[in-house]
Design a protein around this ligand. Sequence first.
Ligand SMILES: NC(=O)c1ccc[n+]([C@@H]2O[C@H](COP(=O)([O-])OP(=O)(O)OC[C@H]3O[C@@H](n4cnc5c(N)ncnc54)[C@H](OP(=O)(O)O)[C@@H]3O)[C@@H](O)[C@H]2O)c1
Length: 341
Amino acid sequence: MDEVKVALYGVGAVGSLIAKSLLEKKGVKIVGAIDAAKEKVGKDLGEVLGLNRKIGITISSDVDVVLSKTKPDIAIHATSSYLKDTYPQIVSIVKHGVNVISTCEELSYPYYSEPKIAKELDRLAKKHDVTVLGTGINPGFLMDTLVITLTAACQKIEKIEAARVMDAATRRLPFQRKIGAGLTVEEFKQKIEKREITGHVGLEQSIAMIAAALAWKLDEIRIDPVEPVIAKEPAESEFIKVDAGKVAGLRQTARGIRKGKEVIVLDFQAYIGAKEEYDAITITGVPTIKQRIQPCVHGDAGTVAIIVNSIPKVLKASAGLLTMKDLPVPSAVTEDMRKYI
Ligand SMILES: NC(=O)c1ccc[n+]([C@@H]2O[C@H](COP(=O)([O-])OP(=O)(O)OC[C@H]3O[C@@H](n4cnc5c(N)ncnc54)[C@H](OP(=O)(O)O)[C@@H]3O)[C@@H](O)[C@H]2O)c1
């Protein structure tokens, strides 16, 4: 079998990490790269990735030209969190008969919040005989797929709680800015009002995916307002100093309500100076299951892994818009990728 041919759509922070990971893997090759950023278009991918060598792939802003020339098996799409932005981009890939894995958070389970878009994407994917998947570390794994997998050992379930606490000092500067680290509380509130800080995108999708897997009909999904986490003592990252009393990051919770009761509660916290970092899941039921991963899984490294590891599963999947709960048990691709197809 030939190597798996991959096109990159979005060579930003995450797309670049995915590209580097793919370049190290056997059985897979990057055949094209698309990005809108002026400073990247026309440059060799190796240069944009900061490698000391050319790869022979010029970044283009023209998706049609790249996909029709290179005929990839799959496109790895990493441009935006919101379906309103990514929907036309994903359609433009699907129309070329190319499978898609996207990091778009709202695509991880669009059937609840965007049922019309989900239905149309599913229809288009089936028409062009391709699979479309939205995934990542969160949403995509830690607060949904992993939770769903753990429920397999339960006979009865009363409540599901998942928490992710991460020290934002270990993450990239854009992420630290995105969570408001270093701002005053007033500045944080203003940025929330202007939607310059949006909180974590994906809690609603994770709850909807868990509920769908369990065939639980929810009354509603409540997303609490984003709250600032105020530093009790000074904290700092490589880039940002947070004085005591200033914002170190944010916290957001979301609740799935069923028959008037909270049955799924997700709690996301990211701030500079978090002393304990963890991913914790508690399923209260028969039996009760408590799982704790400490420190929490690194967001960027984990996202790259989930995306790359999903490639063979997506290539083997049936056509349509799928979510992580529809694919086989997730697992790592450590050998030549062709061995998994
Ligand atoms: N599910 C998860 O667990 C997970 C994990 C990590 C990241 N994500 C999401 O994945 C997305 C990408 O993350 P990132 O950190 O790599 O973002 P980023 O650094 O902003 O990179 C996005 C890249 O895509 C380009 N782009 C934007 N619109 C485009 C278009 N229409 N056509 C072609 N290229 C376009 C951007 O160019 P410009 O700079 O010119 O706009 C930029 O180069 C984000 O929404 C992020 O939240 C999800």
